[in-house]
Design a protein around this ligand. Sequence first.
Ligand SMILES: Cc1ncc(COP(=O)(O)O)c(C=O)c1O
Length: 383
Amino acid sequence: MIQSKLPHVGTTIFTTMSQLAAQTGALNLSQGFPDFDGPQALREAVGRHVMAGHNQYAPMTGLPALREQVAAKISRLYGRQVSADTDITITPGATQGLFCAIQALVRAGDEVIVFDPCYDSYEPAVELAGGRCVHLHLSPPTFSIDWQRLADAITPRTRMIVLNTPHNPSGALLEHADLDRLAALLRGREDIYLLSDEVYEHLVYDGREHASVLRHEELYARALVVSSFGKTYHVTGWKTGYVVAPPALTAELRKVHQYVSFTGVTPLQWALAEFMTEHPEHVTELPAFYQAKRDLFCELLAGSRFGFTPTPGTYFQIADYSKIRPDLNDIEMAQWLTREHGVASIPVSVFYQSPPADLRLVRFCFAKREETLRQAAERLCAV
Ligand SMILES: Cc1ncc(COP(=O)(O)O)c(C=O)c1O
């Protein structure tokens, strides 16, 4: 008998729903990845760098040219000067960066505060480190932080708070005022670290500004900020991301990173560095690119019986189906929609440790071509 270190972990709902979509031929609006390709110049650059012999280990911290580009972007967008040498680490996906940050800082018996609905990779990492997640609910319908509850949840054992903004699955955004509030709450507790998952940093709509922890002097001192080239350049399969943190935290992160993977894939890093140098506008054009998709999807979905408010960020749209099949829980609903109506989604309850009983929400990913969104919306309007 194997005594599992992760007895609660099974196949994730993302795999299950993508498999069901493939089996049934449904349109897959479940897992968060585009059904279109990344920029041609970026893809061509990979081939060129492979042929140019950039195929051996990159430095452990990541290719210097790519770290420089990340530093330049952070300076441009968030006004913070970070050192490419001491503050930035390239990781094989944001997932690996998050994992290494947690392993580096969380000890046996520590508590890590997470907010439900919560992305699924944090908790197993905390458990493997011997820690325990303390789950707080975000308050619907806006999925905002209940500050009193957070204040009450902080104990002498609290080691880390995990933020995710823009937020998967709700799309909610933290405001600068929220960060100020958090900073005030944590004053005097320098032993609490902040892990800020900002993989959707460029997917913020309606002219709003991403309140990155990188903009916040006081919070950044205790923070590790994680992002994903996969999300930003429409190449989720490249699994390449980065972590930005002050030098002392970066040093601890790298101690783990160098023994988990040592480094990321070399030619991908060359291609990303080159593309970021030549196309700095890609990230500034991204909000309009995805906002057009959100607007199209929401306009079309307005003719359906789903209830929703256009999402302020990410490429996910949450929809309430309580007027359609209130008798089904959201897992049943997602399966029914896939089998009977040919559109796969993700039930929101899977992002909770203990979901509210009356939750009737599914999540659609709108990182899709126009024809996919039109077809999906047509099917959803017929439900
Ligand atoms: C909130 C969040 N964090 C991290 C990730 C993982 O990013 P990556 O593919 O770069 O590992 C995802 C991917 O869906 C995500 O939604």
